[in-house]
Design a protein. Structure first.
Length: 246
């Protein structure tokens, strides 16, 4: 009952915030919140344009030349220079409470363990630091034919590790995004993607699912991130959260 009330309240607040920011884009929203020095995870060809006084270091799992090999579809795009090679789901090279902000746009859906990634981002934020996230709304992307990932699935990925669900996600991607229906061909393509460690969208959400995840994670995994604002635009859900004191 309490969760339903909280979800309803957040959804009502989101509609007000949408009216407030409806004429803005994600960079305009960032101008209100991004200050000091921080990191952006997985910027690739589309890093967030931050205010002039903010200082950003860019984190990715591979150097730029390896990223180009991993994503041939971005061959003609300019990729963001990688300052720190690290797993964005873990951030093992980033000290605790060291960042004024963490930006992770169109990153969480690529995480096999989204709750673990959120806790890693929370860990490196200073008290009062900002987590700036954009997550695609499946209804406006190539994920449109896929089922929304339920929160219980995400929680199990956190508690048990993602090995149990990995193959299922890859097969789901091959069938519903790449539209490969033949079972044998689908299995071979899944083998190829896993061998290449290609970063698919493991999880898919709409706005309600994103809100539910953040609200329930406060109890289940001690997430201490408070909502600051939302921007609901066609294709993505921009969520700004602030780390509070434990």
């Amino acid at each position: 009952m309490e969760l339903r009330r909280s979800l309803k309240t957040v959804l009502l607040d989101a509609r007000k915030m949408f009216r407030m920011f409806k004429s803005l884009d994600r960079e305009a929203v960032a101008a209100h919140f991004i200050k000091g020095s921080g990191i952006e995870v997985g910027g690739l060809h589309n890093p967030l344009r931050v205010p002039s006084g903010a200082r950003v270091r860019y984190v990715d799992r591979m150097p730029v030349d390896e990223l180009r090999a991993q994503y041939p579809e971005l061959a003609k795009r300019t990729l963001t220079p990688v300052d720190i090679v690290d797993d964005g789901e873990i951030l093992s090279t980033i000290p605790d409470a060291s960042q004024d902000f963490v930006i992770a746009n169109h990153f969480l859906e690529h995480c096999e363990n989204p709750l673990g990634a959120l806790l890693a981002h929370q860990r490196v934020l200073k008290h009062g630091g900002i987590l700036f996230l954009c997550v695609p709304d499946k209804r406006f992307t190539f994920d449109i034919r896929r089922r929304i990932t339920p929160y219980e699935h995400i929680l199990r990925d956190y508690r048990e590790g993602p090995v149990w669900s990995r193959r299922g996600h890859v097969l789901d991607w091959v069938e519903h995004v790449e539209d490969i229906r033949d079972p044998e061909t689908r299995e071979r393509r899944a083998d190829q993607l896993q061998a290449e460690m290609y970063s698919i969208h493991y999880h898919v959400w709409t706005f309600e699912g994103v809100v539910e995840m953040f609200l329930r994670a406060r109890t289940d995994v001690d997430l201490i991130l408070d909502f600051e604002t939302f921007l609901l635009s066609e294709g993505e859900i921009v969520t700004v959260l602030r780390r509070r004191s434990a």
